[in-house]
Design a protein around this ligand. Structure first.
Ligand code: ATR
Length: 274
């Protein structure tokens, strides 16, 4: 029951109406019998919202589009990985001290390492936005080479130079032709997300049967990109895995308990399947 002791967590973003995070986190709190509630807040005034979180003693919150970068300037501390990536998706409030983390990065890496050994392999990262940065730094940290393929070349080059600043010589920019030398291909663009389910970020002709293919788009659960790859015989990883992975790490930061990942995945898949 929600009462005066219930701890509040949530997600801020704009728009937020389609967020799956409340259902995923509340299912986990309920399963573990924890006295927390997770809410979604559509926010136009980021600074005001964060001041309010501090004033109300909200335990923590996730941050989504378009605030993952802007939120950094309002925080008291930012952990090393999030600072390197330049984006925060999780904030924990410890008695008024706001600390930022990036769980997109570990969410993506955990999803990948469940299917492939990253050390020494070449990972093609399609896109160079916040999610692309999280994936590129995450796989570089695991010893992979990174090929960034982005629509806007200068943005791709910026990501390559910041990855190489931390992991010298590991990253390069390229085109779709370069995918033939990669063993893993990760889409980090929104291409293929509902309602544009017929779109794909990578044409079929650039895919190889040997590729392990992951999409960060999780709605639909199987994007056209993943369907094409599966038809070719590729190993595929749904965006649901990264979404649940980042959510599970955030959950653990909020409440210090091991996240029930299967419960969280079932809640998301149940919602998406409808
Ligand atoms: P996020 O923080 O969620 O990653 P973002 O910062 O807006 O979102 O970045 C989205 C990424 O998807 C960018 O790399 C963008 O390419 P540009 O740098 O050229 O803008 C890429 N992207 C978005 N729509 C795309 C499309 N229709 N085709 C190809 N790339 C696209």
């Amino acid at each position: 029951m929600i009462d005066s002791k219930t701890k509040v967590v949530g997600v801020i973003g704009k728009p937020i109406g389609h967020s799956m995070s409340p259902v995923m986190h509340n299912a986990a709190f309920s399963r573990l019998g924890l006295d927390y509630v997770y809410l979604a807040f559509e926010v136009s005034d980021l600074g005001g919202a964060i001041g309010g979180m501090r004033a109300l003693g909200v335990r923590g919150f996730n941050v989504t589009i378009p605030y993952k970068v802007d939120v950094l300037r309002y925080l008291d501390e930012v952990d090393a990985v999030a600072r390197m990536i330049g984006a925060v998706n999780t904030v924990v409030n410890d008695d008024g001290v706001l600390r930022g983390y990036n769980t997109d990065c570990s969410g993506a890496v955990d999803a990948l390492i469940s299917k492939v050994k990253l050390k020494g392999c070449k990972v093609a990262v399609i896109g160079a936005g916040g999610a692309g940065r999280a994936v590129a730094f995450g796989v570089a940290e695991k010893g992979a080479h990174v090929l960034v393929v982005n629509r806007t070349l200068v943005r791709g080059e910026e990501l390559v130079s910041s990855v190489n600043g931390f992991y010298p010589g590991v990253a390069e920019c390229g085109t779709m032709e370069g995918l033939k030398d990669a063993s893993v291909v990760v889409n980090t663009t929104p291409v293929g997300m509902v309602p544009d389910v017929g779109a794909t970020p990578v044409l079929n002709k650039f895919l190889r049967k040997s590729h392990v293919v992951m999409d960060i788009v999780y709605n639909p659960i199987e994007t056209r990109f993943l369907r094409d790859a599966r038809s070719l015989g590729c190993v595929t990883i749904s965006g649901v895995e990264m979404f649940v992975g980042q959510g599970a790490k955030s959950f653990e930061l909020f409440c210090g308990k091991k996240a029930p990942r299967d419960v969280m995945r079932d809640a998301v898949v149940g919602l998406l399947g409808k």
